[in-house]
Design a protein around this ligand. Structure first.
Ligand code: 13P
Length: 258
């Protein structure tokens, strides 16, 4: 049976108290959903990680960090080390989110170092990729995605695929000014991503879930999740109220017959 992934990146929203209240409520609301069917994960801000981790059953909600340095320690002011994430018992780390790449100027080479470092420290690496509006306009979206995957997962052994997740988040679809991708477009790009992953990791690549993110909302969640190459939804704004996220998850599950 195919497992579906539902997660939210809390970005620079929610204080420690708001995060723990949100997690407690989300865990309660989704408690009855068998976790053999879905993987639910939340990615709060750094300052919330310790209390978030202590306040939630990781079997119900997996937790992740929004970014990480590729070194364990050193002269990297403002960065967070994998050891610090291990200390807060994080399950995963997001790498290369669109806002990291486009607001803070991160490059594929750095994402690759972070992916390697995450794997070395037993963390699942959620690599985010996506083309810009300009890439789309020039018709090079698939090439850009390929480049981000091939560089981001450079020198990663196929033995590690169990710890790799991918989120496809077209830059033009994210946030308040974003336009959600149509289900048809998203499916086409997910197909390209899966083809590339297969070239890189062979049959084992099927273990890598590919999630769609970018203005997922209660109106489009169902048509996206029913696409054969979409394994999950990575949600921002529409997930930040626990009851709304719970409803979105349940509607999506119904749509795929779970
Ligand atoms: P929105 O759903 O708010 O567009 O954000 C998506 C996102 O960036 C998830 O990482």
């Amino acid at each position: 049976m195919k497992k579906y992934y539902f997660g939210s990146n809390l970005k620079m929203y929610k204080t420690i108290r708001e995060t723990t209240a949100y997690l407690t409520s989300l865990a309660e609301l989704t408690n009855d959903i068998g976790r053999e069917k879905i993987e639910l994960f939340i990615i709060p801000s750094y300052t919330s990680l310790e209390q978030a981790s202590a306040s939630v059953d990781h079997g119900l909600i997996r937790l992740g960090a929004q970014n990480m340095c590729w070194e364990e320690q050193g002269q990297f002011t403002g960065e967070i080390s994998p050891l610090m994430l291990q200390e807060t018992e994080m399950d995963l780390v997001m790498i290369g989110h669109s806002e990291r790449r486009h607001v803070f100027g991160e490059r594929d080479e750095e994402e690759n170092r972070k992916v390697k470092c995450a794997l070395d420290h037993g963390l699942t690496a959620l690599l985010c990729i996506g083309e810009t509006a300009e890439d789309k306009q020039y018709g090079v979206g698939p090439e850009v995605l390929r480049m981000q995957l091939k560089k981001g997962f450079h020198e990663i052994d196929s033995a590690s695929v169990g710890k790799l997740w991918v989120a496809y988040e077209p830059v033009w679809s994210i946030g308040v000014n974003g336009t959600p991708a149509t289900a048809e477009y998203a499916e086409k790009m997910h197909g390209e991503i899966k083809k590339c992953l297969e070239e890189m990791f062979g049959e084992k690549s099927r273990e890598i879930p590919v999630l769609y993110g970018g203005s997922v909302n209660p109106d489009n969640g169902e048509e996206l999740i029913v696409q054969p190459s979409i394994d999950g939804l990575f949600v921002g704004r529409a997930a930040w109220q626990a009851d709304r996220f719970n409803e979105l998850i349940r509607n999506a599950m119904k749509a795929v017959g779970l």
